[in-house]
Design a protein. Structure first.
Length: 292
């Protein structure tokens, strides 16, 4: 977690109160406008005082140690202060930490923290199943503003996306937009982590004598699976590397297929074939206990 106030004073995050005070006094002498006539020294002097105002107060220091530069919208304090324009840093820190009092005047009263994090806005969206697998764009409207967001390939149901600078505004800052993504269910596919599950139709001829079955997936237009002779209804197949690519690990899951044997319509069969099947097919009434 970035903590640029310590950088401003040139001390470590583990510095003692005495070390912080010593560093502040040394820098304050160096950049004091009465000593340093460089225009940039004035702003540097203000930043040094602002850093010391926080780090010399135990309550504000504890708060800053907890949240770090997140209190400044994730920016280093220098960049944050520069983006505020000609704003009094005393007033700025007062708004962030709450309370009153000026530099060297004894603290802000430990009031409620107010920062870009408080301005974050939350919303929910639902994306199609295919988009969650392949990635894409999704249009969203918040705060009377419409814009596209990028949906990363492989996003999972319930994950949250962060869009910087699209949240609520206040105190010269703007928070982020946190978007919880719900993934619409698929009528044919089931996803478990990075694996996909699908029930594929297998014609009776292919199931009996072997053959090839074409399967359309959300990731690949079509894949061709070779099914062996005597494939049973409900038999399972695994196709390696044809699942979803995990966007964090870059590992790709598998595609698991379950065979659904499609029986022909007897009424549409050739009469001779129908008679032969009726005569030659095994008697289905036989049971395992028939020899008892």
């Amino acid at each position: 977690m970035a903590k640029s106030l310590y950088e401003t004073l040139g001390v470590s995050e583990r510095a003692s109160a005495d070390e912080i005070k010593k560093a502040y006094r040394k820098l304050a002498r160096k950049y004091h406008p009465d000593v340093n006539k460089d225009e940039a020294a004035i702003e540097k002097f203000k930043e040094i005082n602002a850093a010391y105002e926080v780090l010399s107060d135990s309550k504000k220091k504890d708060e800053y140690d907890m949240y770090g530069d997140q209190m400044f919208g994730g920016q280093k304090f220098h960049d944050f202060a520069q983006n505020q324009g000609n704003v009094d840093l005393d007033e700025l820190l007062k708004n962030i930490f709450g309370g009153g009092g000026g530099f060297g005047g004894g603290g802000f009263g430990g009031g409620r923290r107010s920062s870009a994090e408080d301005l974050d806005q939350r919303t929910n969206i639902t994306v199609p199943f295919d988009v969650s697998i392949l990635g894409g764009k999704h249009n969203i409207t918040v705060n009377n503003e419409s814009f596209d967001i990028k949906i990363p390939a492989g996003i999972k149901n319930g994950e949250t996306l962060r869009v910087r600078g699209k949240g609520n505004s206040g105190m010269g800052q703007r928070g982020d937009l946190l978007i919880k993504v719900d993934v619409a269910s698929s009528p044919v596919f089931v996803r478990k982590d990075s694996d996909l599950y699908f029930t594929m139709d297998v014609p009776l001829k292919a199931a009996l004598f072997g053959g090839k079955v074409s399967v359309k997936t959300p990731i690949h237009d079509n894949i061709t699976l070779k099914v062996p002779q005597n494939t049973k209804n409900g038999q399972k197949f695994r196709v390696r590397g044809k699942g979803v690519t995990d966007r964090k690990t870059a590992l790709t899951g598998n595609l698991y297929l379950t065979a659904n044997i499609i029986l022909p319509n007897v009424d549409e069969m050739d009469e001779a074939l129908k008679n032969m099947l009726e005569e030659k097919l095994p008697d289905t009434e036989k049971t395992e206990n028939s020899n008892a």
